[in-house]
Design a protein around this ligand. Structure first.
Ligand code: PBG
Length: 347
């Protein structure tokens, strides 16, 4: 009878192993499982990305991210209130810039009254205890959808590194002046962290933190985010000349080392779930505050499967967030943040 395997413990009686050792003993009861748990997710680990748009007293759903919305600045405090009450340490702000405010140079990024600056002032007023993360990159503001400015060079039109950095530096200072606490350069230009650090210091913003998107990959998983911002239709070509190749891991170590040398206070790996190996390597090698971004596509995947009844939304959400902690992340940027915090707080 080939289907039946004999249970013969003595056959496996290797000293120090089964059956003396039984891994299942510690898993038997909830209390032992709690005692031996190696990692935990807490509300303190969460940063919530929020989309802000122009207009008054309105919010619109992001079709590819069910449950996420774009809100007008006058509704922002109400929108963030629960997250603040739950004790989420910080929110990350992303602007939906109207097409008519976009140009090839991303000029709107430097406007002291742009969406991000108004949103930052509003949230600082309403919730001074909540940290504000400002994304620094030009893609929400450029007509071509790239993170920097395009110049004709001897090798053709190209996202120009140093000209882009000059603009990004001014964008960062503009955000700091509006009350953004953490500048998060997501553009992947070379040398931008150091240039931003020097400019912030020169302007007296010595304590404005920099969380660099140090290892940011050219990824398909940003699709829903670009829909949320309306930068998808705008994007000409792809971002492979500045965002990293998903094939690479050693290169991520160089990126992180450079950003730290240039003054980054915290580093980020992005996307999240497909790049947990990078999170682990960064954390082990550098011992610095390391964050992971569970990006829009990851949120969309879990939500779509749950909405089809194929996954248990809460369990998949909590498991995915815990996985970041296990991989070594100190915190996670996640669209699930308020929902997860509510579960963690038992509300
Ligand atoms: C902008 C930026 C992007 C995301 C965060 N900042 C998009 C991109 O690089 O194209 C993606 C976030 C997400 O997908 O949730 N540079």
């Amino acid at each position: 009878d080939i289907g039946r395997v004999e249970f013969a413990p003595e056959a496996a009686a290797t000293p120090g192993a089964y059956p003396t050792v039984r891994m299942r003993r510690n898993r038997r009861d909830a209390w032992t499982r709690r005692l031996v748990a190696e990692t935990a997710l807490t509300t303190d680990d969460l940063i919530w990305p929020v989309f802000v748009m122009e207009g008054r007293d309105a919010e619109t759903p992001v079709a590819s991210m069910p449950g996420q919305v774009r809100v007008t600045v006058d509704r922002l405090a109400k929108h963030v209130e629960k997250a603040a009450e739950l004790g989420i340490p910080a929110v990350a702000l992303f602007p939906v810039t109207p097409a008519e405010a976009k140009d090839a140079e991303g000029t709107e990024a430097l406007n002291p009254d742009n969406l991000i600056c108004r949103a930052a002032r509003e949230l600082k007023r309403a919730f001074p205890e909540v940290g504000l993360v400002g994304d620094v990159a030009l893609d929400p503001y450029t007509s071509h959808g790239h993170d920097g400015v395009i110049r004709d060079t001897r090798v053709g039109a190209y996202v120009h590194n140093d000209d882009s950095v000059s603009v990004l530096v001014r964008q960062a200072v503009n955000q700091a002046e509006a009350g953004i606490d953490v500048i998060a350069p997501s553009d992947m230009m070379d040398g931008r962290v150091g240039a931003i650090r020097r400019a912030l210091d020169a302007e007296g913003f010595i304590d404005t933190r920099i969380m660099s998107y140090a290892a940011k990959y050219a990824s398909a998983f940003y699709g829903p985010f670009r829909e949320a911002l309306g930068s998808a239709q705008a994007l000409v070509g792809d971002k492979k000349t500045y965002q990293m190749d998903p094939a690479n891991s050693d290169e991520a170590m160089r990126e992180v080392a450079l950003d730290l040398a240039e003054g980054a206070d915290m580093v980020m790996v992005k996307p999240g779930m497909p790049y947990l190996d990078i999170v682990r390597r960064v954390r082990e090698r550098f011992d610095v505050p390391t964050f992971a971004y569970q990006v829009s596509g990851e949120y969309a995947m879990i939500t779509a499967a749950a909405n089809n009844g194929w996954l248990d939304r809460e369990r998949a959400m909590m498991e995915s967030l815990l996985a970041f902690k296990r991989a070594g992340a100190n915190g996670v940027l996640s669209y699930f943040a308020p929902e997860a915090a509510r579960l963690l707080r038992g509300r």
